[in-house]
Design a protein around this ligand. Sequence first.
Ligand SMILES: Cc1cc2nc3c(=O)[nH]c(=O)nc-3n(C[C@H](O)[C@H](O)[C@H](O)COP(=O)(O)O)c2cc1C
Length: 365
Amino acid sequence: MARADGRQREPGRRELQTRLTESFGLRHPFVGAGMGFVALPELVAAVSEAGGLGVLGVAPEPPPVFLERIAQIRSLTSRPFGVDFFLAVSPTLGPITVDDHIKIAAAAKVALAVFHFGISDPTWVAALKAAGVAVWVQVPTLEQARAALAAGADGLVAQGVEAGGHNHSTLPLHSLLREIREEIGDRVLVLAAGGIATGADVVSALAHGADGVWVGTRLVASTEAYAHPEWKRRIVEARGHKATVITTLFGPEVPCLPYRVLRNPAIDAAIDRQDEVCALPPAGDPIGSTTLFPGTSFETQGVPMPTFSALPPTPDTTGDFDAMGMPTGEGAQQIRDVKPAARIIADMMGEARSIIDRRLASSPA
Ligand SMILES: Cc1cc2nc3c(=O)[nH]c(=O)nc-3n(C[C@H](O)[C@H](O)[C@H](O)COP(=O)(O)O)c2cc1C
């Protein structure tokens, strides 16, 4: 049967379809999390080509770099994709998202713009929507979900406490999803974020009211992710609930924000003093060196990483990996391998489909 995305269905196989797949013409209700540094054009295009929606992690790239990234994605895929804006003001870099980012996204007519940490400027929503760009907000609480809807959001990404990266949530994902759905009903799309790494996690998220999944950590352990192989290796080796922790230790670039990362010896040594440490200027020698804006004409090599730097290790990074922040969610404990994004998506969605078909639909007559 011919489909909105121009592809043929596999004979005998029904893919999961939701309001999300209908809205964006996707094969799967799967969105790649907009991860700064890691979800660069190669990963974004791979997710979109595989039938999900790839989302560029724009932070911390300034507008001219962002413009190049959009061109890079379009050279790799003609499928729809989104962009993710991180709203924070850095003492060293200034505001991470500015008017020109919004103008570029609107002019490029990307399919989707997502904001993390609220919407700071209502004119941004109006400008994006006027250009036909869907606007979502990633929210850690029901209160922020209400604020996002009041600001005009078309969709919400519910971020549970399990999620990797910057994370203000204190609620398990399923509780947050339930709270949001109970209040807003079916008014807008709601995606589930946090700890989703298997097909069973997908089924569970849909059962708790999600229209689709927003997946970060599982995609960090993909071939295309712009993450250092040592970080990918540590995700594959991570076991148990204590493998990751939310701490405010990391981020002289964006100080004292809660950040879920892989545990390491530097965290264990300082976590009891985290509120004090994060408010001080970084002490001691740099822990490593990295490259900003890789693969663009603004590439900057040899950038020193201060103690507890929020910059995650990319393939260009050198230094003490035991001291680096590796943003990672609780789903790491389910991840056993690094593989292409297309394989990850096909495996997760195939497993989800099988669970629904075999376990839920085949009760004895
Ligand atoms: C490596 C990494 C980087 C992230 N960077 C961003 C970001 O730049 N902007 C953002 O909105 N969220 C960011 N997040 C959070 C994700 O949007 C999402 O909440 C999270 O990945 C979901 O949980 P999971 O990692 O368990 O799948 C990041 C997450 C990870 C793991």
